[in-house]
Design a protein around this ligand. Structure first.
Ligand SMILES: [Zn+2]
Length: 139
């Protein structure tokens, strides 16, 4: 049951904000920050598994570095930056597994990359942590 759920969540990853279902307020907030170019240094997404935290973080990263935004806020999914982020090959978007308990490796990964300027507009670190439920169970 658990595996089936994960596979489904991985298979269906929205590639644009309009495909995201049930997160209207956060989608609106993110789109407004892109539209008005008011980007904070960090964003914290919280919620239970499968609610779209990582999906939204990746979409936001794509929109921030997209070279041809559609409707002013939607990533084009065609430009070099969008395709690299979708394939997890972008040097500007670094995903760190914050749930792995390998703190030193994670910090090293940040230290090794932070000195290089982004090739696009922004350098983005997505630190994917544990849900509080999973965290409590591991204590
Ligand atoms: Zn793009």
């Amino acid at each position: 049951m658990k595996e089936k759920y994960q596979i489904l969540a991985r298979r269906y990853r929205p590639q644009s904000f309009k495909e995201v279902i049930g997160q209207d307020s956060i989608v609106k907030t993110i789109k407004n920050s892109i539209l008005y170019k008011r980007i904070a240094h960090a964003y914290l997404f919280s919620g239970t598994r499968g609610t779209g935290k990582t999906t939204l973080a990746r979409l936001f990263a794509k929109a921030l570095n997209c070279k041809n935004l559609k409707d002013e806020t939607e990533p084009c999914n065609v430009c070099g930056s969008c395709t690299e982020i979708a394939a997890s090959r972008s040097l500007d978007v670094i995903e760190i597994d914050g749930a792995s308990n390998r703190g030193i490796d994670d910090i090293r990964q940040i230290n090794d990359t932070i000195g290089y300027s982004p090739s696009g507009k922004y350098k983005i670190y997505i630190i994917d942590g544990k849900s509080s439920h999973a965290y409590q169970r591991s204590l």
